[in-house]
Design a protein around this ligand. Sequence first.
Ligand code: MV4
Length: 450
Amino acid sequence: MFEKVLIANRGEIALRIQRACREMGVRTVAVHSTIDAEAMNVRLADEAICIGPPPAADSYLNVQAILTAATISNVDAIHPGYGFLSENADFAAMVEEHGFTFIGPSPDHIRLMGDKIAAKKAVAAVGVPVIPGSDGPVKDERDARAVAEEIGYPVLIKASSGGGGRGMKAAASPGELGAALEMAAREARAAFGDGTVYLEKYLSGPRHIEVQILADGEGNVVHLGERDCSLQRRYQKVVEEAPSPALNDDQRQEIGRIASEAAARLGYRSVGTMEFLYQDGAFYFIEMNTRLQVEHPVTEMICGLDLVREMVRIAAGAPLGYTQKDIRFSGHAIECRINAENPDTFAPAPGRLGNYHVPGGLGVRVDSALYAGYQVPPHYDSLIAKLIVHGANRNECLMRLRRALEEYIIDGLETTIPFHQRLMSAPEFINGEYDIHWLERFLGNHEQTG
Ligand code: MV4
């Protein structure tokens, strides 16, 4: 087991990783930008190293500074958390080249899954259902038109280096295809430096269901059930839950089996999330994430595993030590992402916390690094806390969530707590009958997806 781990992240996820390490007797090194010097994860770490000024490019994305900090503090391994460098294959490879263990999947798998065309081919080859579309990139309108005629409109043009909705454009008819192709390629080139695009049948009202995978790289793989992440605004998840209210047990077992068998055949190691669109009773793979996800706590709450501990153990060479028959699911969990944003406009609203009171009681978990007097900086993502509740069933979670949201006091800045409270009384949310577009309808802005 590692003696010391560097956590190359900030905020709630840095604290989350630190907690798992501390419970395992593993010492931690926190790296931070100048503005994060007083952050809770920095205070609670065994060592802290400043790696640069506030801009992420100069600090949390500064590979040289992070590797230098790892060398100076003589750590055994680096955990990237999520975001920042967590899915940067070059960073993972450099970490290993510098003699540290990267706590996460192999650089090859990170690279493979970052190329959406290659990822789709790789998982299709190991039995995962994918969305009908082009067999590889579409080079020009003639190419695209031929595929679109075959699969039928509407179609969606997507960036191969994309993700999170950027470089995505829908076309409802042949006349729209040329413009959609051009816009997607231009946006992809600007955002990712790669204008490669591919084409898929556009699913108009799916749910977003993702399967959590855990593998030791020695052929032992388990799935830890699914998460329903359909409640999104501008491709940002706002509420996630496990299990999905849309699936029955047969479907749950089927998609879990497909995902874990695929991970085993790919020789996958560490955590991974296979993202699917679910529509009319069928699943379609869209992407695989090679990182610990923001919403991992809802999975932890229903299966009782500490996913960060499992990542660290696997990276240190331990076998999984259990098989699918040992995984027991219990109850339901829902997570609300609480952002430092105006609850109506969602405009970022950084500021200094006054009174701060965290909800508690049976089945209530808060993952956050906030404290009274903490100054929320404007330089990073606006997520400041995750309120997670667990209950015997979904209704118990809804009651608990309403109660916990009322208890949660964050004075001194605007947060999205009032938005979540409004959501808790929406009939479609209460009934679990929402697809990926429902929230934007509920919020009244009808921006289109593609
Ligand atoms: C799609 C789709 C419909 N049809 N692909 C959004 C970003 C990236 N994860 C892929 N995404 C989508 N791909 C086809 N063929 C709809 C979306 C999509 C979406 C997917 C999951 C969760 C929220 C979403 C919001 C808008 C669009």
